[in-house]
Design a protein around this ligand. Structure first.
Ligand SMILES: Nc1ncnc2c1ncn2[C@@H]1O[C@H](COP(=O)(O)OP(=O)(O)OP(=O)(O)O)[C@@H](O)[C@H]1O
Length: 395
């Protein structure tokens, strides 16, 4: 069953940063989609757009269908109902996202009370059950965040995300701040919950190794676009796009200790989304770029029955495309790979919507409000604080 369908999503911040550019993706019940990319590629912006958590003044266009409902066209009352209940987000850095002066049980119960799906007694009982569900004793409900370890706090965040029985969970770097052992436990917990409850999952990380180990499918983002997507293991082990290959080579391979000693970096940084390079936005960093890459935009095209990639080399025999490309880790920083310069450029029509629509709220309501919610909305405020905190803690 299709839970989420995103079509041609574009997000431009008020200052002109084109953070998400023409993204299409889908998530079905029981499916785990990994969203990968370096810092600044637009992953969190995409996640925030799904639940209308972007700052007011941000221009959003395209289509987001959550359980078939048009999220961008929803009235604010409906948006509030859908947050937590239709889809919810687990942010990185639980210490920043939890309120330090409230007991964790009360914080888990809060969205239940706001959605009026239980009485205060019922909400407290459910908070205890949810804690047990994520592997903590119900009695920990009376603890304050500082009384819990980092892993326990992240379990609380997951319990909170499950409080209103959402169908889709968005986990934005859920294990980044945790040590490797705890990280593995939290990832297994998320996998278990998704399987048990037939949820959809979008997991965001810069770490392709973690995503390929946890998710079924991977979408690799660069400069606001998905540049490669397909089954998680095959994208990780045999990426078609030079950026996806470099990202994959940058992380030690699970089950391959030798790779721990030979991670490769990618020189340079992702471009400023307010001043993107012409053509393929990856071309200034690409060791296999052709002359035309500086002028020819590349959109996703088929790179096999279940794979897509946005690179001029895809599909060219003897090149980076399927049917002749070199190994997954062969293109790292500065690596030389001989590619056919006669590669056919197969640029798709740019389907970006001409009429960007400002998806926000009336200006009178938006003033001073971090998430574009009417003032006084407790859920919006709490989420806004969490967003602000989580984002300010982003390295
Ligand atoms: N509120 C904002 N106003 C203007 N630009 C923003 C805002 N938030 C993010 N950006 C810019 O949008 C781009 C995408 O940021 P985003 O946080 O979505 O990337 P990301 O891939 O999630 O990175 P990270 O992993 O560091 O969170 C970046 O260049 C960032 O500076």
């Amino acid at each position: 069953m299709r839970l989420l369908e995103v079509r041609d999503l574009e997000v431009t911040y008020a200052g002109g940063a084109a953070a998400v550019r023409g993204v299409d993706l889908t998530v079905d019940a029981g499916q785990k989609l990994g969203l990968a990319g370096e810092s600044g590629c637009g992953k969190s912006t995409l996640a925030l757009a799904l639940l209308r958590l972007l700052p007011s003044g941000t221009r959003v266009s395209g289509e987001i269908l959550l359980d078939g409902e048009d999220v961008l066209g929803m009235r604010w009352g409906r948006v509030r109902a859908v947050r937590w209940a239709g889809a919810s987000i687990v942010f990185q850095g639980a210490m920043h996202s939890l309120n330090a002066v409230h007991r964790v049980g009360d914080q888990i119960a809060e969205p239940i009370l706001l959605h009026r799906t239980a009485t205060p007694t019922g909400a407290r009982k459910k908070a205890g059950e949810l804690l047990e569900h994520v592997g903590l004793p119900a009695a920990r409900a009376s603890a304050y965040p500082h009384e819990l370890s980092g892993g326990q706090r992240q379990r609380v965040m997951i319990a909170m995300a499950l409080a209103c029985d959402p169908r889709l969970i968005i986990a934005d770097e859920p294990t980044t701040a945790l040590d490797v052992m705890i990280q593995a436990q939290i990832l297994r917990l998320i996998e278990q919950l998704v399987a048990d409850q037939d949820l959809g999952l979008i997991m965001i990380s810069h770490d392709l190794a973690v995503l390929s180990d946890t998710c079924d499918r991977l979408a690799v983002m660069y400069a606001g676009r998905v540049v490669e997507e397909g089954p998680a293991q095959s994208v990780y082990e045999n990426a078609h796009h030079p950026y996806a290959r470099a990202l994959s080579a940058a992380f030690p391979r699970i089950g391959d200790p030798a790779s721990r000693f030979a991670p490769r970096g990618l020189p340079g940084d992702p471009p400023d989304p307010a001043a993107l390079p012409s053509g393929c936005t990856f071309h200034p960093r690409c060791s296999v770029a052709l002359d035309g890459c500086a002028t020819e935009d590349q959109r996703l095209r088929d790179a096999g029955p279940v794979r897509r990639a946005a690179c001029v080399h895809v599909g060219v025999p003897g090149s980076a495309g399927p049917g002749g490309r070199t190994g997954a880790t062969s293109v790292g920083a500065g690596a030389e790979v001989g590619l056919g310069v006669e590669a056919a450029v197969e640029t798709e029509a740019d389907t970006a919507s001409a009429a960007d629509e400002a998806v926000g709220e009336p200006a009178s309501e938006a003033v001073g409000d971090a998430v574009g919610e009417p003032a006084g909305d407790a859920v919006g405020d709490a989420v806004g604080e969490a967003v602000g905190e989580a984002r300010s803690s982003t390295p």
